[in-house]
Design a binder for this molecule. Structure first.
Ligand SMILES: [Fe+2]
Ligand SMILES: [Fe+2]
Length: 158
């Protein structure tokens, strides 16, 4: 499954505004899984969410999928280190990521939902409101798995 040149350009165009931000680039200084940074992980999640929707020709908001996925783990700390943060990272980081994202970028309701619901079904009382949120949540689990197993393809690195 590959993207056409036009599809790739669309992805890059939607991602560009966020990727040029120094704050988004800060995610590259934090490890997410194995030796994959938070930024690389977020690009992977955006890429696979987009690829899936394009190849299945789904009727979705492509721009919101890409932007929401890029910001879904915008929590900006090393979750492997202990700290005085309240609550378990798995449960709390979607809200932290959303608060950071709202501080830096104007977001639509779908982008907010994608970010704050991406750990579903862990946060089982609050299911995704849009199919786009469900797709990113699925892609996040897929990417986390291939990163932990270290079987991710090199095309994902930025
Ligand atoms: Fe996450
Ligand atoms: Fe993630």
């Amino acid at each position: 499954m590959k993207l056409t040149e036009t599809e790739k350009q669309y992805f890059k165009g939607c991602a560009a505004e966020l990727l040029k931000s120094d704050d988004v680039q800060l995610m590259d200084t934090f490890i997410q899984h194995a030796n994959v940074s938070c930024l690389e992980h977020s690009i992977s999640v955006a890429y696979y969410s987009y690829l899936l929707c394009r190849k299945l020709n789904l009727s979705v908001d492509y721009r919101s999928i890409i932007r929401g996925a890029l910001l879904h783990d915008f929590f900006l700390y090393d979750w492997h280190l202990s700290s005085d943060r309240k609550g378990l990272h798995g449960f709390t980081h979607p809200k932290t990521a959303l608060a950071n994202a709202e501080e830096h970028f104007p977001l639509n309701n779908m982008e907010k939902d994608i970010i704050v619901k991406h750990m579903w079904p862990l946060t089982f009382t609050n299911p995704p409101k849009y199919k786009e949120s469900f797709i990113v949540s699925l892609s996040d689990k897929f990417c986390s798995l291939i990163e932990i197993l270290r079987i991710y393809p090199s095309i994902i690195s930025h």
